[in-house]
Structure formats: structure tokens, C-alpha cells
Design a protein around this ligand. Structure first.
Ligand code: C5P
Length: 225
């Protein structure tokens, strides 16, 4: 079956999720948030009081956990062993622990395999927009459309802070520090670090609205659609 795969990578707060969902809606494609999968494994590990710095313990959690992922861009969802965890995976505790979990290569190979299955199943239905850190480089290196979205650290921290419903300057500063730490961990880990894949459309979204970013991606990939 032929279908389109759009790979969207970038750091936290770069606008990946909003942009990816909008591209999926406009092109009538499915949508996969791979970050939600790493978050779900992290949520389970925290709930079970597993030592997040113990790779084999964390790997075992990933092996025993069944993730069910909904790929409707209007209603993405994730469940752990049948229970929905959409809310639980967005807590600050999960956000601050997820990079350690995502650095474990056994966790990555398991999740990457499931991500590839979801992509394969979506091809018959037209295709899928997949967002994460290693989509264009590892999960779907043959994706015809690759996007790498960035934004200044300040803009990303402000966006994240707003998402969290924060108001104070101190909150933004703290969110910025946490974002910086997660960026550093995600970019320097040995297993599939965040990187700009070959052939990616690189866009800085700091001064662009969501429709502007989406229009630009669609314009630059028109010949492939
Ligand atoms: O995109 P989001 O902020 O939800 O991702 C959470 C974390 O999951 C990232 O900070 C990163 O550690 C990890 N991740 C990853 N590979 C992906 C997607 C997310 O390592 N493809």
C-alpha cells in the first residue's frame, strides 16, 4: 500500500504537536505522538516506584507494559494495559523523568518497533504524521517529508509555561531550566539522540504562527504530496 509518512522532529516547546496535528488534519492523515509513548512508560515506572536511573528495571517496565495508541489527530490518546493515561503523562514529574527513561536503548527498541507497526498499518489508510525526536533519523528514515522544528529557548519555555497554566516570571524561569536540562539529555544520549535528519525542512517557529509553519511545510513539500 502506498501512503505518506511525514516525520516531524524537534525539541520540547518547538510547536511540534500542534503543527503535526494540523498537517495531519489538512492532509487527511493519521497522527502519532511518540513522546506520549515514552511518557507512558515513565508514568508506569514512577507509579511502581521503579528507580528511574536503573536501566534494566526501566527496560523491564517497557517490556511488560502494553501501550494502546489512538491516532486520530483530533483526539489522540494513549492507554496503559487498557487504562487511559492522557492526563497522567503530562505531569511535571513525568516530564522531568522521561529523558532518563528514553535514554535506555531497550526501551527505545521496543517502542520504535511498535511505532513502525503503527506506521505500516496507517499506510493503507493514506498515511501518518509522526512526531518525536528520532523519527526522520531512526523510526522512519525513508519518510518522504521530514521536518525539523526549532524555536528559541525563551519562546519554547514561554509556550510550555502557558500550557502548564503558569503565570509568574519564576515559573517561566524554572520551566526554562527544566527544558534546558531535558534538551541536553535528549541531545547528548548515546541511543538515537535528537538530531536534524538529512533532507529535513528546518523551520524556526519562534516568530511564526501555527498556520504559517504548516503553510511553509506544505509549500516546501508540495512536489512530494
Ligand atoms: O515530545 P515530548 O516532550 O512529549 O517527549 C517527551 C520525551 O520523550 C522527550 O524529552 C524525549 O526524552 C523522549 N522522546 C524520545 N524520542 C521520541 C519522542 C520522545 O526520546 N521519538
Amino acid at each position: 500500500p502506498t501512503g505518506l509518512v511525514v516525520a516531524v522532529d524537534g525539541p520540547g516547546g518547538s510547536g511540534k504537536s500542534t503543527v503535526s496535528r494540523e498537517i495531519a488534519r489538512r492532509l487527511g492523515l493519521r497522527y502519532l505522538d511518540t513522546g506520549a509513548m515514552y511518557r507512558a512508560i515513565t508514568q508506569v515506572a514512577l507509579e511502581r516506584r521503579i528507580d528511574i536511573e536503573d536501566p534494566s528495571a526501566v527496560a523491564e517496565v517497557a517490556e511488560r507494559t502494553v501501550l494502546t495508541v489512538g491516532t486520530d489527530p483530533d483526539r489522540p490518546s494513549i492507554a496503559v494495559d487498557g487504562d487511559n493515561v492522557d492526563e497522567q503523562i503530562r505531569t511535571r514529574a513525568v516530564t522531568n523523568a522521561v529523558s532518563a527513561v528514553a535514554a535506555v536503548s531497550a526501551v527505545r527498541s521496543r517502542l520504535v518497533a511498535q511505532q513502525r507497526e503503527i506506521i505500516a498499518e496507517s499506510l493503507a489508510a493514506g498515511g501518518i504524521v509522526v512526531e518525536g525526536r528520532d523519527i526522520g533519523s531512526v523510526v522512519a528514515p525513508d519518510a518522504p517529508v521530514k521536518v525539523f522544528l526549532t524555536a528559541s529557548t525563551e519562546v519554547r519555555a514561554l509556550r510550555r509555561s502557558r500550557q502548564l497554566g503558569e503565570k509568574g516570571v519564576d515559573d517561566v524561569a524554572r520551566t526554562l531550566a527544566e527544558l534546558d536540562r531535558r534538551d541536553a539529555l535528549d541531545s547528548t544520549r548515546t541511543a538515537d539522540p535528537l538530531s536534524v535528519p538529512d533532507g529535513a525542512i528546518v523551520l524556526d517557529s519562534s516568530a511564526l504562527s501555527v498556520p504559517e509553519v504548516v503553510d511553509e511545510v506544505l509549500r516546501q513539500s508540495q512536489h512530494l504530496l
